[in-house]
Design a binder for this molecule. Structure first.
Ligand SMILES: NC(=O)c1ccc[n+]([C@@H]2O[C@H](COP(=O)([O-])OP(=O)(O)OC[C@H]3O[C@@H](n4cnc5c(N)ncnc54)[C@H](OP(=O)(O)O)[C@@H]3O)[C@@H](O)[C@H]2O)c1
Length: 254
């Protein structure tokens, strides 16, 4: 896949942009010339990070957003509309992995006893919030000449791989997380189909197994490498894929 390497004039919004993969995605987009708005749950932290980027010569701002809060998502629309009148790149990066809360890390497959609270909280953040925010921002993305929506899914959302006892992720049955990412993948497919006659591309990506708070210290790659597939999907050319699921340049099974 060839990608667009100059994002001058583009406006990008990254949720969960104050740490982990999101922060490195902000940095990469800013280095490519985009104006980047950090979505920060903690507004003070967001402003400090944006200030540092500005001092380094980048166009980075921050707004307060908890994607679970509908009013925050509406406020993000208002901010982007008033300041830019369009949105070129939406990175739905915010996400949670709650399956292992209060349980030993060795205990993975507890599908039969998983609490509905963990299931609901996970779906709120990883599925319902992403849809709410995307639906709210879509009128602004339609005003872009080449809108790109990037949904941070996970290989753990692949139903095909989870059904295959020979697959490398077969043993990683964190049910709430996995099901929420599979549902997010369904959103990608459905929205991409609805928008297929537009210039907007909607894709799900797996960032790799990344050393972040969510990925843990034993993961394969650092956050810089972990942001690469988000950037790839954000900079797809006109003839690039939509309604796809990939890691780096490799398609993943749904
Ligand atoms: N790390 C991996 O190996 C891996 C693998 C596959 C997929 N992913 C996906 O990649 C994305 C980023 O993960 P990461 O590894 O960078 O995780 P992380 O370091 O834990 O960062 C998660 C980010 O999401 C934000 N967030 C969580 N809930 C939010 C909410 N309700 N509203 C707004 N922001 C919220 C967090 O904000 P606070 O700082 O305020 O908590 C944080 O900035 C996630 O969607 C994750 O599922 C990660």
């Amino acid at each position: 896949m060839t990608t667009t390497s100059d994002l001058t004039g583009k406006v990008a919004f990254v949720t969960g942009g104050t740490r982990g993969i999101g922060l490195e995605t902000v940095r990469s987009l800013a280095k490519l010339g985009a104006t980047v708005i950090i979505g920060a749950r903690d507004p003070q932290k967001g402003n400090e990070i944006a200030q540092q980027f500005k001092q380094d010569g980048f166009n980075v701002e921050s707004i307060k957003i908890d994607v679970n809060v509908h009013q925050d998502n509406v406020a993000a629309y208002q901010y982007l509309d008033e300041n830019y009148g369009k949105l070129d790149i939406l990175i739905n990066n915010a996400g949670v992995l709650l399956d292992q809360e209060n349980v030993s890390i060795e205990v993975v497959n507890r599908t039969s006893t998983l609490s509905s609270a963990i299931l609901r909280d996970t779906f709120d953040a990883n599925f319902f919030a992403q849809i709410d925010l995307t639906q709210i921002l879509l009128p602004l993305i339609r005003k872009s000449d080449a809108g790109r929506i990037v949904n941070l899914s996970s290989i753990l959302g692949s139903l095909s791989l989870h059904a295959d006892p020979a697959s490398p992720i077969y043993g990683m049955k964190t049910f709430a997380y996995n099901a929420s990412k599979a549902a997010l993948n369904a959103f990608t497919i459905h929205l991409a189909a609805e928008l297929r006659d537009t210039t907007i591309k909607v894709n799900s990506i797996h960032p790799g197994w990344v050393r972040t708070r969510l990925g843990g210290g034993a993961a394969d790659i650092d956050e810089v490498e972990g942001s690469r597939t988000s950037i790839l999907a954000a900079t797809l050319p006109e003839d690039g894929p939509t309604g796809s699921f990939f890691f780096e340049e490799n398609a993943l099974p749904w």
